[in-house]
Structures are given as structure tokens and as C-alpha cells.
Design a binder for this molecule. Structure first.
Ligand code: HEM
Length: 397
């Protein structure tokens, strides 16, 4: 429990006016209005306490004793099984350690950098052959991210298309608040396919080990159910996010040619990437649950409350970021929350940076001359739990 006195504690306001269609279309005006009133709101439309302030979001991330990741009635658990992302330490830590060094800088340098280069070059050749125009989401960002993840995980028995289908249907299950039976059926089909692929690969990799995630897991005493759930969570989280980060960064840079020029001149791809995921966090919201009555950034939270920690909203908190709605590669460095925080801080952040900052962005902008948005077909952006550019039509010369 926080040390604030009862006079300082405010009741959480209810925001009846928030609707899901408004959030899906463009959540940022909604967040700005919410934040101006309080850092936490009860939002009936989403059936959660929505955490929109930076300090409140960060406080939740850092305190698993007061805010557990093991949420009751979790749709993610139903869609993917009980992964480390919905567990607290020490159980979580054991499973996170089971990933070993596969997603870390040394392995990236030894194995994955070259793979990212090869994959990006192959997709670039295809773009060039079909160009001079393309939807960079469908024809580059999605298949590139899928192929990278397929190889990192060690799904030598599946295709990048399988990974894309698994990822989308499992994520759809995780967000199936409408309880649509077709969505559950598709998620279940993918879940079964992933189980079969894992079982097959674990046997193969025990005899022919390599440097992939599944190979590292093959000989560890982690229960098979946990391996399966963790891989499904990683398929869900390791594909769409780099895809969205590539597309959003390019969209932002191509919409701000002056900033693009500065980024190209000084190779400031990392600044562009970090500002882009601050501006539009690919994983906007994730759940936590209050373990007891508590106070969060001055707001009274009842025990058992289901929170939606919105890092996308926190990343635009004007208390931390000047003119937060503006994409600005030159803004002063303040840590954003797009990779989460605390013990669940994204395990794939190095992979994301290496594949997006180190390879995809410089390659596309450097190799597609006069790359520009297609004026006849505007980019489309959607979502609020996950948000990203869904279509990015571009032209080059
Ligand atoms: C720009 C790209 C990415 C973003 C913005 C992102 C964001 C996040 C966030 C916000 C979390 C924490 C969620 C929570 O606390 O509930 C997370 C966790 C995680 N991410 Fe990422 N991610 C990205 C790329 C990746 C990639 C490429 C991989 C794998 C190759 C990956 C693997 C994971 C895993 C395994 C976790 C769970 C960590 C744990 O529970 O300890 N992510 N990510």
C-alpha cells in the first residue's frame, strides 16, 4: 500500500463517454481528454481501469506485488496457454531464463544479423522486381518480420506464412472480448498447429542442436505446456511489433521529409525508431490486476481491479514529453514505455532494434531511390490495444 494519506487519495472517475470504435479509429484524442482529468479511469466500454498517465503506468510495471501479471480470466491464457507473460517472479524468472542468450546481443551478432541482412535483401529484390510501388506492410514488413522470427524460434518445419497466420489468429484470440466463436476456432486451430510443430522440432533439435530458441529449450526441465505457451506468446509478440515499428517509422519519416533528410544524413535510424515507438506504441495496452486495495498515483484502486496499462497513452503524457502528439526525432531523450518495464521488459528489444534499426530502415530508404508515400492511396492506421500502420502504399523511382 502506498504511503499517501487519505486526504490525498482521489476516487477513480468513470469515463462513460469512451467507445471502442473511437479508440480503434484514433485513441489519442481520447487519451488526451482522459489524462487531463486523471491518470486512471474506470472505462465501462473496455471493462477495465485504464491507466493513461506515465507515472501511474510505470508504477504498475515496477510493482508486481501490488499489480500481478497473472490476471484472472485472461483471454491470453485461453488463446495461448499460461505463458511467462502472465506469471510473476520467481516462476516467471525461471521461464524467462530458459530463453538463454538466444535473443541477446551476442547471439544477434553471431547468427541473427546476417540472417536479417539476407532476409531483407531477398524481400528487397522482390519489391524491385514488382515495383516501382508497393504496400510496404504486406510486401516487406510483415513477411520480413515473420521469416526472421521463424528462424530465431527454430520452426524449420513451418513457413513464414504459417508464422503470420499463427501470430494473427492467436493475437485475435487474445483480444476476443466479443467472445466470437469463429475467432476462438481459428486461434484453437493455430494453437494445435503450433503444438504439433513444436513437438516435432523438439525431437529433431535434441539430435541436431542449433542456436535457435527451440533448440535451447529441448533439453531443459521446463514443462512442455509452458514451452508451448511461451512460444505462442513469442509468436504473437515477436512478429506484429517489428512489422508495425518498421511501417510506422517509415510512414512518420516519409510524412516529415525534413526529418527524413536529417536521419539519412547522420544515420540516426535509432532515434527515428525510438521516437516512432514512443509516438505509436505497437503494443499499446497490457493487463495487470490489483492484488489488494491500493493507491496508484493518488487514485484509489480496489483489490481485484483489472487494469489496462496503456503505454501508448503514457508515451504521450505532456508531463514528460513536450508537444507529445508531434513526431520529432530531435526531442530530448526521456525513456518511453513502448517495451514495457520491470521484470517483463520486452525480451526481444535487442532483436527488434537489430532487425529494424540495423537492417530494414536503412536498407529500404537507401536502396529504393526517391522513396515516397503514394499520394493516390493514403496509409491506413488502426487499433488501440495494438496499433500500427495496416497499409503503407509507397512509390519509388
Ligand atoms: C518493436 C518491437 C517490439 C515491441 C514494441 C515489444 C513490446 C513488448 C512489451 C510492451 C512487452 C511487455 C508486455 C507486458 O508486460 O505485459 C514485451 C514482452 C515480450 N516481448 Fe516484445 N516487443 C517487440 C519485439 C519483440 C520481439 C522481436 C520478440 C521476440 C523475438 C519479443 C519477445 C517478447 C517476449 C518473449 C516478451 C515477454 C517477456 C517477459 O514476460 O518477461 N518482442 N514486448
Amino acid at each position: 500500500m502506498s504511503t499517501q494519506t487519505s486526504e490525498q487519495v482521489r476516487p477513480v472517475p468513470t469515463a462513460e463517454w469512451v467507445t471502442i470504435p473511437d479508440l480503434v479509429e484514433d485513441p489519442y484524442p481520447v487519451f488526451a481528454r482522459l489524462r487531463a482529468q486523471a491518470p486512471v479511469h474506470w472505462v465501462p466500454a473496455v471493462d477495465r481501469y485504464l491507466v493513461v498517465g506515465y507515472h501511474a503506468a510505470h508504477e504498475v510495471e515496477l510493482d508486481a506485488d501490488r499489480f500481478t501479471a497473472d490476471e484472472a480470466g485472461s483471454l491470453m491464457k485461453r488463446a495461448m496457454g499460461h505463458s511467462m507473460l502472465r506469471k510473476d517472479d520467481p516462476e516467471h524468472a525461471v521461464e524467462r531464463q530458459s530463453y538463454g542468450g538466444v535473443l541477446r546481443p551476442r547471439a544477434i551478432k553471431a547468427h541473427w544479423d546476417a540472417l536479417f541482412q539476407r532476409n531483407a535483401q531477398a524481400h528487397l529484390q522482390r519489391l524491385r522486381a514488382a515495383g516501382p510501388g508497393a504496400d510496404l506492410v504486406a510486401e516487406f514488413a510483415a513477411p520480413y518480420a515473420a521469416e526472421n522470427l521463424r528462424q530465431i524460434c527454430g520452426f524449420h518445419n513451418a513457413t513464414a506464412e504459417d508464422l503470420q497466420r499463427w501470430s494473427q489468429t492467436l493475437i485475435d484470440g487474445t483480444g476476443n472480448y466479443a467472445d466470437d466463436p469463429d475467432v476462438w476456432a481459428a486461434a484453437q486451430r493455430s494453437s494445435t498447429e503450433v503444438d504439433t510443430a513444436i513437438d516435432e522440432m523438439l525431437v529433431r533439435l535434441r539430435h541436431e542442436p542449433d542456436h535457435t530458441l527451440l533448440s535451447g529449450l529441448a533439453d531443459l526441465p521446463i514443462p512442455l505446456e509452458a514451452v508451448r505457451a511461451n512460444l505462442k506468446m513469442t509468436i504473437g509478440g515477436g512478429l506484429n511489433e517489428p512489422r508495425d515499428a518498421i511501417a510506422t517509422t517509415l510512414w512518420a519519416l516519409l510524412s516529415h521529409p525534413d526529418q527524413l533528410d536529417r536521419v539519412v544524413a547522420d544515420r540516426r535510424w535509432a532515434d527515428a525508431f525510438e521516437e516512432s515507438i514512443r509516438w505509436v506504441a505497437p503494443i499499446g495496452m497490457y493487463p495487470r490486476q490489483a492484488t489488494g486495495d491500493t493507491v496508484l498515483d493518488g487514485m484509489a484502486i480496489p483489490g481485484g481491479a483489472r487494469l489496462g496499462v496503456h503505454v501508448g497513452a503514457a508515451n504521450r503524457d505532456p508531463a514528460l514529453f513536450d508537444e507529445p502528439e508531434r513526431f520529432d526525432v530531435d526531442r530530448p531523450k526521456v525513456p518511453h514505455l513502448a517495451f514495457g518495464g520491470g521484470s517483463h521488459f520486452c525480451a526481444g528489444a535487442w532483436v527488434a532494434r537489430a532487425s529494424v534499426v540495423g537492417v530494414a530502415l536503412p536498407l529500404l530508404v537507401g536502396e529504393l531511390p526517391d522513396l515516397r508515400l503514394d499520394p493516390a492511396s493514403p496509409a491506413q492506421v488502426r487499433g488501440w490495444v495494438f496499433r500500427g500502420v495496416t497499409h503503407l502504399p509507397v512509390l519509388w523511382s
